[in-house]
Design a protein around this ligand. Structure first.
Ligand code: SP5
Ligand code: ZN
Length: 341
């Protein structure tokens, strides 16, 4: 399987997140990508740098003002004499203006962000754009006839919506890959999100679409991040009604329960008869993950990969979460190798 990866990911580093009332270094750290890279190289996969897609390709999925904000936020911050990482401190909640974009940088941060766990540093834009290009490159390889490809994206993307960011995500890499496939001859694309956290950004982007099926298996948002989306009764709207499927699972979920949900997800995806398949591949379902509560063992990831391959449709894998850094490479390579078996 061809792998696309950019060393520019390392530019997104040095930020902190609000965790249990304290600012701590982000669980989403550069070494994650280093471990994955080593593991896919060990597995014998060829690794290439992304193609240089124009920034315009982002607008197929994201709002132009939002993209401008991400591109310029840290420059604007530095122009005010500040430095270091940027986090929002106030958000537009019920009873406040949600249609007005404040002129100042702190207001803009709260307008576009939805959490206090996703710092913007000087290199964030370079890294996020490189990750988006990785996803687009993997999609282009599949559009050109490859049966599968893996985008080793960092930062991840599935929490980023049409015009908002959070959950360590800025640009929605999986949504960009999906839309690229739609624009290059694949009439129906299914997205399966297996990250521990609900893919709220991807769901947001395709909510009213019947050409993209979005299915997500994740920790129950009643107790798990991102809390405000990902419930089983969310099924899409308008033309997209019935084209979103959420399968929330409880704390302590083991492979037994997980694989039953995966079978249900794959049955729904099979009935959709997609022309292409995008997998948002988070491995934070692993029992050793420091911020998650499922109990998949390393040996279950190849089984997951094998189950995904049964669809027999051109497939783009896009890296999402996974924070047990020393095991993340093994678990990702496990899925990819299981898929190829
Ligand atoms: C891409 C992805 O996996 N994003 C996840 C973002 C989660 N951010 C907030 C996590 C809050 C975790 N609280 C942890 C309690 C740990 N015992
Ligand atoms: Zn996650």
């Amino acid at each position: 399987m061809k792998v696309v990866h950019s060393p520019l990911h390392a530019r997104h580093d040095g930020g902190k997140e609000l965790h249990r009332g304290e600012l701590v270094p982000c669980f989403e750290m550069p070494v994650r990508a280093d471990y994955i890279l080593k593991a896919v190289q060990r597995a014998g996969f060829e690794v290439t740098e992304p193609r240089p897609f124009a920034e315009d390709s982002l607008l197929r999925v994201h709002d132009a003002g939002f993209v401008d904000f991400l591109r310029t936020a840290h420059t604007e911050w530095r122009a005010l004499g500040k430095d270091g990482f940027m986090l929002p401190g106030a958000f537009p909640a019920r009873g406040m203006r949600r249609d007005h974009i404040p002129a100042g940088i702190n207001g803009k941060l709260g307008y576009y962000a939805f959490d206090s766990g996703t710092p913007i540093v000087e290199g964030t834009w370079d890294a996020a754009l490189a990750a988006a290009r990785c996803a687009l490159t993997a999609a282009s390889w599949v559009a050109e006839g490859n049966k599968s490809a893996y985008a080793l994206c960092r930062p991840p993307g599935h929490h980023a919506g049409h015009s908002m960011y959070g959950g360590y995500c800025f640009l929605n890499n999986a949504a960009l890959a999906t839309q690229y496939l739609r624009d290059h001859g694949f009439a129906r694309v299914a997205v399966l999100d297996v990250d521990y956290h609900h893919g709220n950004g991807t769901q947001d982007i395709f909510w009213e679409r019947s050409d993209v099926l979005f299915v997500s298996i994740h920790g129950n948002p009643d107790t798990e991040y991102p809390y405000f989306l990902g419930y089983a009764d969310e099924r899409g709207a308008g033309a997209g009604e019935g084209y979103t499927l959420n399968l929330p699972l409880p704390h302590g979920t083991t492979w037994d329960t997980y694989s039953t949900a995966l079978d249900a997800a794959m049955d729904t995806i099979g009935r959709f008869t997609p022309d292409a398949f995008v997998v948002s591949l988070g491995v934070d379902t692993y029992e050793g993950d420091p911020i998650s509560h499922f109990k998949l063992a390393a040996g279950h990831f190849p089984l997951m990969g094998r189950r995904l391959a049964e669809l027999k449709v051109p497939t783009v894998f896009v890296q999402e979460g996974g924070y047990a850094v020393e095991d993340i490479g093994t678990n990702v390579a496990g899925v990819l190798e299981g898929f190829l078996r």
